[in-house]
Design a protein around this ligand. Sequence first.
Ligand code: ADP
Length: 379
Amino acid sequence: MSAISEAAVLEALKTVKDPAKGQDIVSLGMVSGLIVKDGNVGFAIEVDPRQGAAMEPLRKAAEKVVHDLPGVTSVTAVLTAERAPQAGAAKTGAAQAAGQAGAAKGPGGTMIPGIRSIVAVASGKGGVGKSTVTTNLALALARLGLKVGVLDADIYGPSQPRMLGIAGRPTSPDGKRLNPMENYGLKCMSMGFLVAEDTPMIWRGPMVQSALQQMLRDVEWGELDILVVDMPPGTGDAQLTMAQQVPLTGAVIVSTPQDIALLDARKGLNMFRKVDVPVLGIVENMSVFVCPNCGHESHIFSHGGARREAERLGMEFLGELPLDIEIRETSDSGRPVTVSRPDSPNAQAFGAIAARVWEKVSQQIGAGGARQAPKIVMQ
Ligand code: ADP
């Protein structure tokens, strides 16, 4: 089979017209990030974010004309919602991320050089304290003397910049890779640094994946003992795909007592089992309410359920954290309790969880060496 050239792909794409503008998408400069590798072709089509859904037939048409070319085995075309945020600066953001989506046979799930382990923090739904646990767990791991990074994969609602008290944009050493942001001795990368909070983004499945891959692989993480990943909340296909895309050493599930009652924790467990990622254990957040005035502990939700449920499901119970205003205020103001009040019982609770997580991670990487991401195919 003859190899397909970029020129041939562009020729074919010239037959696809933007219905609104009447001209072809190549002449309009809408095609970017073209990658041709063996018979696999990928490219992005830059569209106005307001037109996203209306441009879907155009995307399909573009895929079809390329697919019809001899020698083409797969085509991935993605719509990108915005161009790279700053010309001259690192070409980051959705546009370039999407441009890489076509590298179907790219590095996939290979481990990242320099990163010894990657742990996902996940939850059955939003608002249970997943990001709070990620931040404090990462900080507590750093207090153990480990080199720690935080990857904020919650691209729909990135919280790590706020929780770690980091503002500004990452710099780039060479216009291609990004330097992570840093605070409290942690390295961090988040969509929150790359896209303005109020920028409307169309996150199509492939874009989500390529944005994640870029934040994972195109960042100068350096040497890390552990990279903690703040996953998007929930256990749907998007989360499953992400869990599959990142070479995870293990996962920590965060739940409130209600989720445990509603079996959301079980969904998380099943999700990671599907992609063959070991669940290191479950953290019960907001387990008891501690009165800020008198310190009295109220068991608003039934207590002890998480431990029992974890045992029943064969998951380790890693520990519990109270519903305590100190945790909320310190996280939301960018001074997490683990660093701002390291001797407090809350910080110590995070410290104990971190110690156990690292123990389990060490066993994993000691036993199996660096894991490869499992290769399952999602439809
Ligand atoms: P998620 O990442 O699951 O959506 P967050 O970590 O953003 O949840 O937490 C949601 C809110 O609850 C935040 O304002 C956070 O400060 C607060 N919060 C999380 N855990 C606790 C806790 N144990 N006690 C008090 N507030 C908490």
